[in-house]
Design a protein around this ligand. Structure first.
Ligand code: NAI
Length: 556
């Protein structure tokens, strides 16, 4: 049939519109009304029957990437069914639409891509970005997740193939916290790629040139941010998976001017601080007792350090004293006051080494007297180690055993994603600490038994935070996104961890109930936004009801 969409009869068009398509759930009356009679089999089905069919089809897919493609096609075909399916079993579907499978999907995007989602803004469109944004069919865009594809998870430069991340992140805004999908827009800034394999791959779909850098790059991002203000004035921009050379400066450049945040910095910080609150309850210690050693000193590490310091300051610790509770290691070794070429954001954490007992025989490097994590642990005696380095196996047996010798309940957070970059597995942390470690991992790990006890590793992933903060920003039409909102989210999330969760070592509410916990976090953050005078909406009498009334429900 040679029927273009524009001259197709309205019933046929309706079936092609994923947002409105109910498939076999259209009632007899709707079929008559919309010209659908004969375009569907005669049986009228409920959502529950459609969900059963979708689950069975999903289960037939042989690999995770095939499952990913199945879900992606379902999203293109029948959006409500897609969200109802995700919400019916987060544990099953989240590892497919998000980390770890989304990482593989990005790496293979040029080969597996079907229908493009979102918008691709390339440097060829310079000077016309506002015009290009107007090609998006929806005017009321409230959330953009944008990446330039340069640091996708821990997988490096994926160019435009990084689109999988904004798509996956926005799907979870809706699935986990009820942000209406029609208000979201995934965006990739195509500034080229330095990924040699992509540049020579005939199926790479982006610009075939090396990355734009320096002032040219900055002015292109400036144009994008300005264009969003013009075309979608109520939109919040979430920066995602930029390298640390860009992420921190970009956040500083825009955070006080427009409504925006960086999830790798602020969302990760919030979930990690929530995890520390939970860990303190388990270890029966206080936040002010913690000394943290970070492996990695990039976006995520500095974000966590800054929010942890903000919390300590809020409970009366002096800013200087609070900063000294955080030490960082980067690829050159332990960060210290004498380390050359340190970026300015590390200045508060570049401590003097006086008084630090460097173990004899510690491996030294040209820029640091300590380059091994285990030596740094011996020297600094941290209560917690947080891995945001992308270095698989970095939390090795010696590291975990050293932490366990120094601490009754060592806090071990290997947060790097995807699973192939995790600093250790949950099982390793539990086994090498003889069941004493308090563990949170960035990617999901299955529950396990050790010493006759059940351990459920928590997923220390910003998915607990950004959809909920997003829902609060959406509901209140917040003017800006502040660190205080992320601290509020961390406190709210931590309060929802029950004694039952803690009994199995779980320091977050279970992933299975992420929708309920996210809505609660959204309500508390919305309260905070009204309180702080940051809302553009008038304060309602009942904030909880106000937020709940705005939740997207994927019902038929
Ligand atoms: P980044 O590129 O800003 O920072 C990476 C840091 O690791 C750099 O400071 C680098 O010097 C350091 N590093 C690299 N090799 C090292 C080595 N051998 N020893 C010590 N340090 C080393 O990246 P970003 O944004 O901080 O992300 C890091 C990781 O954290 C990624 O895998 C990312 O997926 C993960 N992440 C996890 C999140 C979660 O929710 N669980 C959220 C955000 C990031």
């Amino acid at each position: 049939m040679s029927l273009s969409r524009t001259d197709a009869p309205k019933g046929y068009k309706l079936l092609l519109d994923a947002r409105r398509n109910l498939g076999t759930a259209f009632s007899e009356q709707q079929r008559e009304e919309h010209g659908l009679v004969g375009l569907l089999p005669d049986g009228v089905e409920t959502m529950s029957v459609q969900l059963d069919r979708a689950r069975a089809q999903f289960a037939e897919q042989q690999t995770d990437i095939a499952k990913y493609q199945y879900l992606s096609a379902l999203q293109d075909r029948q959006e409500r069914l897609f969200y109802a399916l995700l919400r019916s079993d987060f544990q099953c579907f989240m590892p497919i639409v998000y980390t770890p499978t989304v990482g593989e999907a990005c790496q293979r995007f040029g080969h597996i891509m079907r229908r493009p989602k979102g918008m691709y803004l390339s440097t060829r469109r310079r000077g016309k970005l506002a015009e290009v944004l107007r090609n998006w069919p929806v005017r009321e865009v409230r959330f953009i997740v944008v990446t330039d594809g340069e640091r996708i998870l821990g997988l490096g430069d994926q160019g435009v193939c990084g689109m999988g991340i904004p798509v996956g992140k926005l799907a979870l805004y809706t699935a986990c916290a009820g942000v209406p999908p029609q208000s979201t827009l995934p965006v990739v800034l195509d500034v080229g790629t330095n990924n040699a394999a992509f540049l020579s791959d005939p199926l790479y779909p982006g610009l075939r040139q090396r990355r734009m850098t320096g002032d040219d790059y900055l002015s292109f991002v400036d144009e994008f941010v300005d264009a969003v203000q013009k075309v979608f004035p109520d939109c919040c921009i979430q920066f995602e998976d930029f390298t640390n050379t860009h992420a921190i400066p970009l956040l500083e450049r825009y955070r006080h001017k427009v409504c925006c945040f960086n999830d790798d910095i602020q969302g990760t910080a919030s979930v990690a601080v929530a995890g520390l609150f939970g860990a303190c309850r388990l270890a029966q210690s206080k936040m002010s007792d913690q000394r943290i050693l970070f492996l990695g000193a990039g976006n995520a590490a500095v974000g966590i350090g800054d929010l942890f310091v903000k919390h300590l300051v809020s409970i009366g610790v002096s800013p200087r004293d609070a900063a000294t509770r955080c030490w960082f290691m980067n690829s050159r070794g332990l960060v210290h006051a004498g380390m050359p070429k340190l970026p300015s954001y590390l200045a508060p954490y570049a401590h003097a080494l006086d008084g630090v007992a460097i173990p004899s025989g510690a491996a030294a490097g040209p820029d640091s007297p300590i380059t091994s994590l285990a030596d740094a642990i011996e020297a600094l005696r941290p209560t917690a180690i947080i891995g945001v380095s992308t270095v698989q196996h970095a939390f090795n047996e010696r590291v975990i055993r050293t932490m366990s010798r120094l601490n009754r309940r060592p806090i071990i957070f290997p947060l790097s994603n995807p699973t192939s970059k995790s600093e250790c597995t949950a099982e390793e942390a539990i086994r090498w600490s003889e069941g004493r470690a308090i563990v949170a991992t960035g990617s999901p790990f299955l529950p396990l038994h050790y010493g006759g006890k059940l351990f459920v590793p928590g997923q220390g992933n910003n998915v607990y935070i950004y959809p909920a903060v997003g829902m609060a920003v959406f509901a209140t039409r917040a003017k800006r996104v502040t660190d205080e909102m992320f601290l509020c989210a961390a406190e709210s999330l931590a309060r929802q961890t029950t004694d039952g969760d803690l009994a199995v070592g779980l320091i977050y509410p279970p992933i299975a109930s992420i929708f309920e916990s996210s809505v609660q976090v959204a309500i508390e953050v919305a309260e905070h936004i009204f309180e702080a005078g940051m809302a553009r909406e008038p304060r309602p009498a009942n904030v909880a009801e106000f937020v709940r009334a705005k939740l997207y429900e994927p019902a038929f």
